[in-house]
Unconditional design. Structure first.
Length: 250
């Protein structure tokens, strides 16, 4: 029940989610989709599953792919439809994808796979994919080898880390071949207020009590005011590792 509440908490901050969450580096998406829909003049037919406000949808479209976003939260779908002109997100979830059998070259998931009922989702994703189609969950993970970023993660409890994911994501079930891992890096330039805005889109913040939110905000502002790599700076670069877990449908 707690996980369901956290998973469905994002619609209340859809506009901020769209503003403060990072996109995905093009090289990571190209690697994820290598060989998908290779003969299609208009790129691959890709399902963005758990599409949120369409951050991944936009990056895929920019690479020339035909994208069908699927998202369970109506507020997130509404934001996606506004933010991505010419696209209408479908109501659906990983366990019930509103698309025909063998209709997609690839199914990608940005920052959402950990919310899925995995056994049910794997069967449904395999149904939607064409033979040899690609399934690839993707995460942007803050690079906590950087000192102040590690401290940010400690304060904000911002979710999965690299070691967690590489241990947990090892197989997508019998319908898929071996899981390959691609690692990519990118950075975003942010102010302290933008990092606070990012924090306010995390499930840990959204379900926290008011007193806990006040403590998190206070500690984060103290970090930016006192850490030697941050104090006195208007903007900083927030480094990410992008992890792509890729497998093909048998």
């Amino acid at each position: 029940m707690v996980e369901h509440t956290r998973a469905r908490s994002f619609g209340t901050v859809a506009a901020d989610y769209d503003r403060f969450r990072p996109g995905y580096p093009a090289e990571a998406l190209r690697w994820a989709l290598a060989g998908a829909g290779a003969g299609a003049a208009a790129g691959a037919s890709v399902v963005d599953l758990g599409a949120g406000t369409g951050l991944l949808t936009r990056d895929l479209r920019a690479l020339g792919h035909r994208v069908t976003p699927v998202e369970p939260d109506p507020a997130m779908r509404a934001r996606l439809d506004t933010a991505v002109p010419g696209t209408t997100a479908l109501a659906g979830c990983a366990e019930a994808v509103p698309l025909p059998d063998a209709s997609a070259d690839a199914v990608l998931v940005g920052q959402a796979y950990h919310w899925f009922d995995r056994e049910r989702a794997h069967v449904e994703i395999a149904r939607v994919l064409r033979p040899d189609g690609i399934f690839a969950p993707i995460w942007n993970i803050r690079d906590e080898t950087v000192g102040w970023v590690a401290e940010l993660g400690r304060i904000a409890q911002m979710g999965e880390n690299v070691s967690d994911l590489t241990v947990k994501v090892t197989t997508f079930g019998a319908a898929f071949g071996p899981v390959e891992l691609g690692r990519f890096t990118h950075r975003t330039t942010v102010t302290s207020d933008e990092v606070l805005g990012l924090l306010r889109t995390r499930s840990h913040w959204l379900v926290a009590a008011p007193q806990q939110r006040q403590r998190l905000e206070r500690e984060l502002r103290e970090l930016f005011a006192t850490h030697p790599d941050l104090a006195g700076r208007e903007t900083v670069e927030l480094p990410y590792q992008t992890l792509v877990f890729r497998a093909r449908r048998r």
